[in-house]
Write a protein that binds this ligand. Structure first.
Ligand SMILES: C[S@@+](CC[C@H](N)C(=O)[O-])C[C@H]1O[C@@H](n2cnc3c(N)ncnc32)[C@H](O)[C@@H]1O
Length: 262
């Protein structure tokens, strides 16, 4: 367990839980529905969503499966997830507190094990993915969704530097090639794969991290992003618009299963 890093995660997401789940929500209902469909849920699926945050994916998945559990480190995120669950009258879901590096479940417990927008907060992504494989049933599926870092070293460094200024609990947005190597190492094969260009407003992206234009970290991140625009040196493809900037996250979506024979 990475105690010092986990404290950073909890601090960041306790502070930003309201923005994240109430007024600067990341995914539209259509995008969430697309992600649910990508996971290929079945009526008898038992599912686990790791680092579930305020539960948007869990609660969208619930009507399509037998049962789904969300686990997260941040108590305030879970409090909001449970409140959303009650508001929507969803009975076949639960939310629990725990660490993705040490999932509190027996081996081969779930048909579907998912995580989205969390791997870039993990100091040991391989350990988290290994835990997810451990609790997945033999014929089960694993869903990993996360923004991808640029392949070029210079862009990768600047891209993640801007992310870390915005959110100190960010570790690294991994490259596509890193994911593919990790999946191979863990004995996983790809069932379905896609990269979606997600357009984001810089100002809303900052707000989701608890930052406003008067904040020093907002200004530092914005300056680096503006300086990177010529030649897209941070890999955000920034487009300037009045007082905002449109940026792009290349979101990798991977549906995986155990490689036959492993
Ligand atoms: C950017 S939010 C994403 C939440 C949700 N998956 C979503 O897409 O809306 C990242 C979440 O990861 C959680 N998290 C980070 N490290 C974790 C860990 N080691 N174990 C469990 N949850 C973790 C944070 O508490 C936070 O709720």
């Amino acid at each position: 367990m990475s105690k010092k890093h986990n404290d950073k995660v909890e601090k960041q997401f306790t502070r930003t839980a309201e923005a994240f789940s109430e007024f600067a929500v990341r995914d539209s209902a259509e995008v969430t529905a697309e992600k649910v469909q990508f996971a290929r849920p079945q009526p008898d699926t038992t599912a686990l969503d790791v680092a579930c945050g305020p539960g948007a994916f869990v609660l969208a998945l619930a009507p399509k499966v037998q049962f789904v559990c969300g686990i997260d480190l941040t108590a305030e995120m879970l409090r909001r997830a449970r409140a959303h669950q009650i508001e929507r009258g969803i009975a076949n879901a639960c939310f629990e507190r725990g660490d993705a590096e040490q999932l509190p479940y027996a081996d081969i417990s779930f048909d579907l094990v998912s995580t989205q927008c969390s791997i870039h907060h993990m100091p040991k992504p391989e350990l988290v993915l290994r835990e997810m494989v451990r609790v997945m049933k033999p014929e089960g599926h694993m869903l990993v969704i996360d923004p991808l870092g640029p392949e070029s070293d210079a862009k990768f460094e600047l891209h993640n530097r801007i992310e870390i200024i915005r959110d100190p609990s960010h570790t690294a947005s991994l490259r596509l090639t890193t994911y593919l190597a990790l999946f191979d190492k863990l004995g996983l094969e790809i069932v379905s794969q896609g990269v979606r260009r997600r357009h984001r407003s810089f100002n809303r992206w900052m707000l989701r991290a608890g930052l406003e234009p008067g904040d020093k970290r907002y200004q530092d991140a914005r300056r680096l992003l503006e300086d990177s625009a010529d030649g897209d040196r941070a890999g955000f493809s920034p487009q300037f618009q009045e007082d905002d900037i449109q940026i792009i996250h290349n979101e990798g979506m991977f549906l995986l299963t155990r490689r036959a024979g492993d």
